[in-house]
Design a protein around this ligand. Sequence first.
Ligand code: N2P
Length: 363
Amino acid sequence: MLRSLCAVAIVTCLAPFPACAEQRIVNFFNWSNYIAPGVLDDFTRETGIKVVYDTFDANETLETRLLAGKSGYDVVVPTAYFLQRQIKANVFQKLDKSKLPNLANAWAVVTERLAVYDPGNVYAVNYMWGTTGIGYNVKAVREALGADARIDSWDVVFRPEILARFKDCGVHMLDSADDILPAALNYLGLDPNSTAKADLDRAADLVGKVRPFVRKFHSSEYLSALATGEICLVVGWSGDIKQAQSRAAEAHNGVEIGYSIPREGAQMFFDNLAIPADANHVAEAYELINYLYRPEVAAKSSEFLSYASGNLASQNLIDPKITGDPAIYPDEATLKKLFVITARDPASQRIINRLWTRVKTGQ
Ligand code: N2P
């Protein structure tokens, strides 16, 4: 009798019976291709908390929902330079660290880097971090540029006569102003954080000149397109490209993928877990974040995703092929080439977004 009353209570969400537990849920809004298979199911099995999972592939999408309020999300994953200004807009709640004991596993180096965006590490903890570089099909590069060609410079992307050679085999570029324009600024020898109109115009012109050779601006499709051989070159995120590499290798489809952090430098980004101020399932949000900070869980995600995690204790549980790969866990020499982006003021961001739309549409 009690059991059937409970069933009714759960279904109707009335739960007036003390013996009945209401279904606990957490609404998790994460980047696409950014969690290892099984992690969320394991979390649910262990805690009974159902994860309502939804994905995005642009910081702008997340930001629009957060700024509108009542997003319905309990855990979100903003990149650091978006987090920085979202904190100022009061969209997150301060984290009660006593509810996150697994933060003892955090990697101090990453925590410090994140503190530049979130002083005192009050609102967010790092999830994963990576770089924005060039993914390529090894065979296609040989065909386009010769047997000895190496992809170690942004020349391949920003010199129209070179990128033109990849037009037919297919070029994708992230649909992300904050990834592509800083790469262009840096290539031009300008400050990747510049908000000077003249600098941004030059960067936009540079991208505009290669735009005719880009088949698509998109931030999640390239993973599988690269792995199947449907495209041959992409400006994309390290882990997504490395996932394409392993996916192709596992498929034995003759597709070999490379990832390059070009010698001129590349952006290093930090993606972080935060709880919106108006979250409805705060206790569950803490449980999820704490779970993701278990060394074995962080290791599983880092290993599958080929992104570095902000979890130091996870590192000796990860295949040394991953931790020893400087494209995933950059060594000192690689780190020297990486730059970071800081939050833009709203006016500059508007200019950047407008330029980006113009670049993409070619108008
Ligand atoms: C997951 C990549 C997210 C990194 N697809 C973007 N900051």
